[in-house]
Write a protein that binds this ligand. Structure first.
Ligand SMILES: O=C[C@H](O)COP(=O)(O)O
Length: 249
């Protein structure tokens, strides 16, 4: 049985007091679903979040990291640094990293390797842009993103990989992929994995959907058989909305 996961990506939002407030609000919510819950605050808030949630069932994860262990990479942070404060999961390949910080399939493959070498779990993001969808090229784009960044891995590595399909045209736009569009793509992703690694691996990997998931649409999206959870942006900044999504399973 695949894990259900709901991860809140706070992006570049919340200073330290705001982060503390939101965590206080999160801890007032009740969880009624079986989903693994994660939050990804900014680097400056990770330690505080980790300390506040040490005894809780919310996992604190990172939004990004560099592929090198250490060295002359001003402004960057490594897997071992994240591990040293207790972070065990990292989001890699978010479309905003690809679009604004020139992250490529090649550099992402190195980041995935670095995370795995440090025994960290990766939430690996990918997704097509609007023009790809309009030209019906979306499956080919997604397939190449997955193959280029992940298909050098051994099957065993997928124990530490979660996939997150995020159509770029649905991120922060209020426009969501329909539950059917999400299901079709998730089934395609699973088939792509099965063709390379076999059904056991494909059936074991959780595939999250991200892109304007809200309390009002989460149930329908999460109700699809190949959607195993969500990577939530805007709605993760409000504790009640976030838990309405967590409890949509
Ligand atoms: O990482 C989260 C995704 O980019 C989705 O963001 P959103 O829920 O604000 O559309």
């Amino acid at each position: 049985m695949r894990k259900h996961i709901v991860a809140g990506n706070w992006k570049m939002n919340n200073d330290l007091p705001q982060s503390e407030l939101l965590i206080t609000d999160l801890l007032k919510q009740n969880q009624t679903s079986d989903a693994e819950v994660m939050i990804a605050p900014t680097f400056t808030n990770l330690w505080q979040a980790f300390e506040s949630l040490r005894q809780e069932s919310i996992e604190v994860i990172a939004q990004n990291m560099h592929f090198a262990e250490n060295g002359a990479y001003t402004g960057e942070i490594s897997a071992s640094m994240l591990k040293s404060i207790g972070v065990k999961t990292v989001i890699l390949g978010h479309s905003e990293r690809r679009a604004y910080f020139n992250e490529t399939d090649e550099s992402l493959a190195k980041k995935v390797d670095a995370a795995l070498a440090n025994d960290m779990r990766t939430i690996f993001c990918f997704g097509e842009e609007l023009q790809d969808r309009k030209s019906e090229n979306h499956e080919a784009v997604v397939e190449s993103q997955i193959k280029n960044a992940l298909f050098h891995l051994e099957a065993d590595a997928f124990k530490n990989i979660v996939l997150a399909y995020e159509p770029v045209w649905a991120i922060g736009t209020g426009e969501t992929a329909s539950p059917e569009q999400a299901q079709d793509m998730h089934a395609f992703i699973r088939k792509t994995l099965a063709d390379k690694y076999g059904n056991d691996v494909a059936d074991s990997v959780s595939i999250l959907y991200g892109g304007s998931v809200k309390p009002g649409n989460a149930k329908e999206i999460f109700g699809k058989p190949d959607v195993d959870g969500g990577l939530i942006g805007g709605a993760a900044l409000n504790a009640e909305d976030f838990y309405a999504i967590v409890n949509a399973f």
